[in-house]
Design a protein around this ligand. Structure first.
Ligand SMILES: Cc1cc2nc3c(=O)[nH]c(=O)nc-3n(C[C@H](O)[C@H](O)[C@H](O)COP(=O)(O)O)c2cc1C
Length: 186
């Protein structure tokens, strides 16, 4: 049976891409927020897109610095990920609030979040219309790292349940990535 899906819930059919943490910094300020709406959009040079709400503190830091990092968190960070997606860095120190520790990136000032499975350092490719109309930010990935327990030789290999990536549904519910399924081409 096919059932109709209310248009205001239709996005949830696509919502379970990996939830990421967008980290940012400008001057003395630094921040981290959860984002379910991100995606790769080009191979070379590599580019990604992410939706960053106009009311968020992250948006202010990203616009001021022209940089952001995408951190890909794991199942064992789930509580902190949700906290990073509820509180705002405008009135809370998100690092104290979530317990996230950070380390320095190679190319940008935004802090990278310890314990994640992967990290993409991005420079904003300014597209004023997309940013203003859709809160959509495009970034060129200028440095990338991954935890070799889960990503090696250019591939994910998630066998440790604690290190599986997370996929957000809604209302505080996530999926953890399941087992890989490989199909041989004909
Ligand atoms: C799991 C999850 C996913 C989220 N995805 C997004 C997103 O893709 N884009 C966005 O702008 N906000 C998203 N949010 C909301 C922001 O994380 C939230 O507004 C946050 O408080 C912004 O923090 P800031 O003001 O410190 O930047 C998400 C929240 C959660 C819990």
């Amino acid at each position: 049976m096919r059932i109709p899906v209310a248009l205001d819930k239709a996005y949830r059919l696509l919502n379970h891409g990996p939830v990421v943490l967008v980290s940012s910094a400008h001057g003395d300020a630094r921040n981290v927020m959860a984002a379910a709406w991100s995606m790769p959009i080009d191979f070379s040079p590599p580019k990604v897109a992410v939706v960053v709400d106009a009311r968020s503190f992250s948006r202010q830091l990203i616009e001021a610095s022209g940089e952001f990092a995408i951190n890909i968190p794991c199942r064992n960070q789930i509580e902190a990920v949700l906290k990073a997606g509820i509180a705002s860095g405008r009135d809370t120190d998100k690092f104290a609030h979530t317990g996230f520790k950070s380390f320095a990136g190679h190319r940008i000032a935004a802090p990278l979040i310890e314990g994640c499975a992967g990290w993409l350092e991005c420079r904003v490719i300014t597209e004023p219309h997309n940013e203003a109309a859709y809160d959509l930010f495009i970034g060129e990935v200028i440095s990338a790292q991954a935890d070799d327990r889960v990503f090696r030789d250019g591939r994910w290999n998630m066998t440790d349940d604690n290190l599986r990536t997370l996929h957000y549904l809604s209302g505080g519910t996530f999926f953890a990535t399941g087992d890989a399924i490989t199909v041989a081409p004909d």
